[in-house]
Design a protein around this ligand. Structure first.
Ligand code: C2E
Ligand code: MG
Ligand code: MG
Ligand code: MG
Length: 285
């Protein structure tokens, strides 16, 4: 019994701090689960969009959809947290589909030459029902599937490699692009990355913090080499400074994303920003 175990621990005067923290974490998790289960998800969830820049053309090529949940009970809950809870309490299928439909509806407002990138949970690909529902949602949206990228993490692929391979092949047959997200943070990456039909690799922002050091630089260069050898687009995530931007560009990284280029924002704000950028552009032949 969990409670008993902890009360004994406390009496012995050991690991009290750890137990308290653990209890708090479990209580917080239960609160998120309860709020999620009673939420009006359609009303409380909103998507924000963060631009991805092509540094060669200096144009925004894609926007990444990032979920924002404001719970009337808990306030803002970060996506990392509520996605993990939704996975554990069996709600991920409906949450994914709800968020995807919102993103597809918003994407209809984008100029035709800008794509939409959407994050899938590691559970989504493993569920044939979810994959079929994703395909149906894309078809119903009327958006050209070639404008859609689905972002997967290594965890998603390792969960069921063969299943993931099949699902990816199916999605790509429709024209949907596949990006491997947070690359370099998982394990055995090099083992499988060449065996998957991918389009893009997103280099985890953890590497950008050190991109100016020798070690950090060599990691980023290695990943960019890998992308080039496999014919994939490499995208540097988490670019916050001009120094990081010039460092990754110098090493041949064409696509960048991060607070320096733009923070995640509602679609209306993003469209306003694109319009202002277009107006500021010098007229050329
Ligand atoms: P991710 O897909 O790797 O998204 C990038 C995260 O980094 C986002 O956090 C974004 O706001 C943040 N970010 C972007 N640029 C910078 C930067 O320059 N510096 C720093 N420090 N951070 C930056 P966010 O929005 O909190 O999302 C966290 C994670 O939650 C995402 O990581 C993704 O794994 C997951 N997530 C978000 N939206 C969804 C969704 O709709 N569905 C699913 N399944 N997962 C989602
Ligand atoms: Mg992502
Ligand atoms: Mg990422
Ligand atoms: Mg992430």
């Amino acid at each position: 019994d969990y409670a008993l175990y902890h009360s004994k621990e406390r009496k012995r005067g050991t690991t009290t701090l750890f137990s308290q923290e653990h209890e708090d974490a479990i209580r917080a998790e239960r609160a998120v689960e309860a709020a999620l289960q009673s939420a009006d998800l359609a009303a409380e969830m909103e998507m924000h969009y963060q631009p991805i820049l092509d540094t060669v053309t200096d144009r925004i090529t894609t926007v990444e959809a990032l979920a924002r949940w404001t719970s009337p009970k808990l306030g803002r809950v970060p996506p990392d947290r509520f996605i993990a809870v939704a996975e554990r309490c069996g709600m991920i299928h409906s949450v994914t589909l709800l968020l995807l439909r919102k993103a597809l509806a918003d994407a209809a407002r984008l100029p035709d030459d800008i794509g939409l990138s959407f994050n899938l949970s590691s559970h989504d690909l493993a569920s044939p029902e979810t994959v079929i529902a994703i395909l149906a949602a894309v078809r119903q949206s009327g958006l050209d599937p070639r404008r859609i990228t689905l972002e997967l993490t290594e965890t998603a692929l390792m969960r069921d490699f063969e299943g993931a391979q099949k699902a990816i092949t199916l999605l790509r047959a429709l024209g949907i692009k596949i990006a491997l997200d947070d690359f370099g943070t998982g394990y055995s990456s090099l083992n499988y990355v060449h065996r998957l039909p991918l389009d893009r690799i997103k280099i985890d922002r953890g590497f950008m913090a050190d991109v100016e050091s020798d070690l950090g630089r060599s990691v980023v260069i290695t990943i960019l080499d890998l992308c080039q050898n496999l014919g994939l687009d490499g995208i540097a995530e988490g670019i916050e400074t001009t120094e990081q931007l010039s460092a990754v560009r110098r090493h041949g990284c064409r696509y960048v994303q991060g607070y320096l280029i733009g923070v995640p924002m509602p679609m209306t704000d993003l469209l306003g920003g694109l319009r202002r950028a277009a107006e500021a552009e010098p007229v050329s032949a």
